[in-house]
Design a protein around this ligand. Structure first.
Ligand SMILES: Cc1cc2nc3c(=O)[nH]c(=O)nc-3n(C[C@H](O)[C@H](O)[C@H](O)COP(=O)(O)O)c2cc1C
Length: 325
């Protein structure tokens, strides 16, 4: 039996599944495949590269997908937001900075605003600016964040907060979710749906290097760490407090905990990083994935995967309902 939530009803989707914006890994092919599978695909607007965004939108045509930005970075070229809004995204997601300077434009365009949140303070702010949905990200998540809490406590805390505030904003759980168990758990925690990032990295359509995907598949629990070392080497000016979860490798072992030395050794290390990226050497270059990597063992199409996660959750929840009878 299909799972019907406020998210599926609001967006006319078959499964309460949202793809995370995954920067350049999350191009049009991946986003469209997720939407074909019955979820909500999201273009990874990421740091904001106009050429990339135009090319991906040209591929996507009028496919029913959303778009997400790294807000502090998009702020350096706010015209990118207009570019995205002109394409009538199903949702526009703002993460990693105060959404207020951009929220009005999103709402005036009649586009649902999603805000990724890492604290109750962020939730309050998202509600103040009129967010339609908050994406509550736990510390297990791949990529950037500043959450201190795990998904299993943060999501119900946000659910309680929204209820006590009398808010009808949707709640989407994120971080550490990889399969139907994760989706079912997210719904039980009070979410209207779940957002998957790391899981979609391991799909045929993800625009990641095949060796990076292979490393993800070989990874087990505890293979990831939150760190700033790749932000330092790539010269990405993340606001204070943000770290990124990614896979441990030789580069992380060499520099994590020695960030000051990394700052002062820029030139050579940066070149080595750039070379490793073009050579596909992921002992030096980063594989940005979260703890969910430990639960991922295959490389399906994102369309099949979306259906599979949805159907697994349906089966689990109906089994649970039978047990309660
Ligand atoms: C490779 C990668 C890139 C990401 N890039 C973005 C991004 O550009 N914008 C954003 O809002 N979140 C980004 N995230 C974080 C996701 O929005 C989401 O919070 C996270 O993937 C959820 O946890 P999970 O990876 O355990 O599914 C990224 C995550 C990964 C793994």
């Amino acid at each position: 039996m299909a799972i019907s939530t406020r998210l599926t009803c609001a967006f006319g989707i078959r499964h309460p599944i949202v793809m995370a914006p995954l920067d350049a890994v999350g191009g049009a092919d991946l986003a469209m495949a997720v939407s074909r599978g019955g979820g909500l695909g999201m273009l990874g607007g990421g740091y904001g590269d106009r050429g990339w965004l135009e090319a991906e939108y040209a591929k996507a045509g009028d496919a029913p997908i959303g778009c997400g930005f790294i807000t502090w970075s998009m702020a350096r070229e706010p015209g990118l937001l207009d570019l995205a809004l002109e394409r009538r995204p199903k949702a526009l997601m703002l993460s990693f900075a105060d959404p207020e300077p951009f929220a009005r434009r999103v709402l005036d365009a009649g586009v649902p605003l999603f805000c990724q949140v890492h604290s109750l303070e962020h939730v309050r702010r998202a509600l103040d600016v009129g967010a339609s949905a908050v994406v509550a990200q736990g510390v297990e998540a791949g990529g950037h964040g500043r959450t201190q809490q795990g998904t299993i406590t943060f999501v119900p805390e946000v659910a309680d907060f929204l209820r006590n505030a009398g808010s009808d904003a949707l709640l989407i759980a994120a971080g550490g979710l990889a399969d139907g168990r994760g989706l079912a758990a997210a719904l039980m925690l009070g979410a209207d749906g779940a957002l998957f990032g790391t899981r979609y990295y391991a799909t045929r359509e993800a625009a990641a290097h095949p060796d990076a995907k292979a490393k993800l598949l070989a990874c087990s629990g505890g293979s990831t760490v939150r760190t700033t070392v790749y932000d330092i080497v790539r010269g990405k000016a993340w606001p204070d407090g943000y770290t990124a979860r990614l896979m441990r490798n030789r580069f992380v072992e060499a520099w994590h905990g020695r960030e000051n030395a990394l700052v002062s050794s820029q030139g050579g290390v940066r070149h080595a990083y750039d070379d490793a990226l073009s050579d596909g050497d992921f002992e030096i270059a980063n594989v940005t994935v979260g703890e969910a990597a430990a639960l991922i063992h295959d490389l399906p199409s994102a369309e099949d995967l979306t259906r599979r996660i949805g159907e697994e959750a349906e089966a689990l929840l109906s089994r649970g309902a039978d047990r309660l009878d």
